[in-house]
Structures are given as structure tokens and as C-alpha cells.
Design a protein around this ligand. Structure first.
Ligand code: GLU
Length: 297
């Protein structure tokens, strides 16, 4: 299999030093293995994606000295593929429509239990208000505008086998988790139930979700190594579960350190102090950026 990495930014704001680190690392890893580096534009959130941010992504990455094959896949062009995959795979057996607003969810969890996590990789953990009590999917009753959630507690990963080990999943980590784990990472479905809850796989406004589209795209593009920040380590477990249910291969994952500001805070798009275009305007070079983020020149 070709060693293939990708950089998959969302055009919802300026790229910053953290993005530069991620893109350069993925690029260097691909080059070192004689492989390929792909760029993918994750623009399913139509309310936040802007063409000017997308153009800036191309300009920033070219300035960093990266090269990628054309055409670049844009997720907004693949909505039909996501919808088909959701409705025709085994995933469909575990989906249910959800009509809750944020306020409904908030008021349902107004009395948190001690020791039970409230937030997961998708934000507030869904308290199960719309979760059906019966076993079977009502997929033929979905409305095309429904928000669909995954009934995680109902999932059987290996229905033909019994025992807790049948509900275990794993992936290979060549970087490190935020806790320093590396190598073979094994986790139980039970952990996702507790720490992520019933994630949304199709959002009403976008017809898909981050988790679903990223998993389908990585498989469609033959990505062998996913290079991403440690902030996505818990999301990766959801992705591995989705790969199992969709019958897709699990790539190797490389979770890398996060670039932080002087106060130790992770860089965010909304604070554009470390935005790449500013460095570019001030005459910094790609090598300067490599030095700043701690990559070899
Ligand atoms: N598009 C996502 C972002 O910009 C992450 C891509 C990934 O799954 O690695 O944060």
C-alpha cells in the first residue's frame, strides 16, 4: 500500500502555526517514505466556510513549500457519497433521528452525576432523550432533514462472538496520545459509550458530520497514515469504530504535539496572533516556520 498522508483543513479561519506543524510533519513523513501527501478541504460547514479562507490555505501551504496532487477533494462536493454510505451500510441499523435543541440537552443534564464525564470529543455528551428503547432501526422513517445519532450502546462489533473482548478495538499509534501512549492502542466500546455518547452522524444543516465524512474520505483517498494533533486522539477512537461498522480499513495514526502560545494555551483559529499570513507578510520564510515549530530545516 502506498504510504499516503493528508492535511485536511477547514476553511473557517486563518491557518496558524499549529496547522503549519501538522501539514509540514505529514508532508515530511510522506516524503521520507517515498509516499504521497494529499490536501483535502473540509468545507461541510457551509455557514462557516469561506472561499477567501480556502484561497488563503492554498497560498499559505505553497509558501510553506508544500506540493500536492490536483484535483483537491472538497467535502462539499461529496455530500451524496456521505448520504449513500450512511444509508446503505451497517451503520444504518444503529441510527436514530434526534430533534433535541442545545437547550433541551442542557436542561436534561442540569444535574450532573459525580464521576460521570459531561463532555466528550463532540462536546456535551448526549443524555439519550430521543434514543429509541426498541432494538430495531427505524431507518425507513427518517426524514431527509433529520439529525441522526448513533445508538452506541446498541452496537455489537462482533455479534458472532461473546465476551468483553469482542467489543474491543485497536489502532496503531506512531505518535503519542496526550497521556503518552504509543504503539498498539486498544480500547473498549464501553469507553466510547461513557466518554463520547451517541454522536451525531448527520447534522440537519450539513447532511453529514465531521466524523462520518473524515472516515469515508480517508478510506476513499487510500490514506495509510493520518497525521493530526493530539486534541483529536479521542475522536480517533470514534473513527476506528465507524471504520469497523462501515467495513473500512483503519489507517495508522500519528497524533502529534500541539503548538501552544507563550502562555501555554493551544492555538485557535479565532485568535489569529500566530496566523501564517501574518508571518508571510512580515517576510518570514518556510525555514523560519520550521524552526519555530521545531521541525528540521
Ligand atoms: N478538518 C479538521 C480540522 O481542521 C481536522 C482534520 C482531521 O480529521 O485530521 O481540525
Amino acid at each position: 500500500m502506498t504510504f499516503r498522508t493528508r492535511f485536511a483543513p477547514s476553511p473557517t479561519g486563518p491557518l496558524h502555526l499549529g496547522h503549519a506543524y501538522s501539514a509540514l510533519l505529514a508532508y515530511d513523513m510522506a516524503l521520507a517514505q517515498g509516499g504521497e501527501f494529499l490536501l483535502r478541504i473540509e468545507d461541510i460547514d457551509r455557514s462557516r466556510a469561506r472561499p477567501e479562507w480556502e484561497q488563503q490555505i492554498y497560498d499559505d501551504l505553497e509558501w510553506l513549500g508544500l506540493w500536492w496532487p490536483e484535483p483537491v477533494i472538497r467535502q462539499s462536493h461529496r455530500l451524496g457519497d456521505y448520504a449513500r454510505a450512511l444509508e446503505t451500510s451497517k451503520l444504518a441499523d444503529y441510527l436514530y433521528p434526534c430533534t433535541c435543541s442545545r437547550a433541551d440537552i442542557k436542561s436534561a443534564i442540569s444535574a450532573p452525576q459525580e464521576g460521570v464525564p459531561q463532555f466528550g470529543p463532540d462536546g456535551q455528551i448526549y443524555p439519550g432523550i430521543c434514543r429509541p428503547s426498541h432494538e430495531f432501526s427505524t431507518k425507513w422513517n427518517w426524514d431527509q432533514h433529520d439529525t441522526l445519532r448513533l445508538n452506541i450502546a446498541a452496537i455489537e462489533i462482533a455479534p458472532h462472538r461473546n465476551g468483553p473482548e469482542a467489543q474491543l478495538m485497536s489502532f496503531k499509534e506512531t505518535g503519542r496520545s496526550p497521556k503518552g501512549e504509543t504503539g498498539d492502542i486498544t480500547f473498549a466500546l464501553e469507553q466510547i459509550i461513557r466518554e463520547a455518547g451517541d454522536i451525531v452522524l448527520r447534522r440537519k444543516d450539513m447532511g453529514t458530520s465531521y466524523h462520518l465524512s473524515v472516515v469515508l474520505d480517508d478510506a476513499a483517498q487510500g490514506i495509510s497514515h493520518v497525521v493530526r494533533g493530539q486534541d483529536l486522539f479521542e475522536a480517533t477512537k470514534i473513527h476506528v469504530l465507524l471504520q469497523r461498522l462501515l467495513g473500512l480499513p483503519t489507517p495508522v495514526y500519528h497524533h502529534h504535539k500541539l503548538i501552544r502560545d507563550g502562555a501555554g494555551k493551544r492555538l485557535a483559529k479565532r485568535d489569529d496572533a500566530r496566523a501564517l499570513f501574518k508571518y508571510r507578510a512580515e517576510g518570514y520564510t518556510s525555514d523560519d516556520i520550521r524552526r519555530i515549530v521545531g521541525l528540521p530545516v
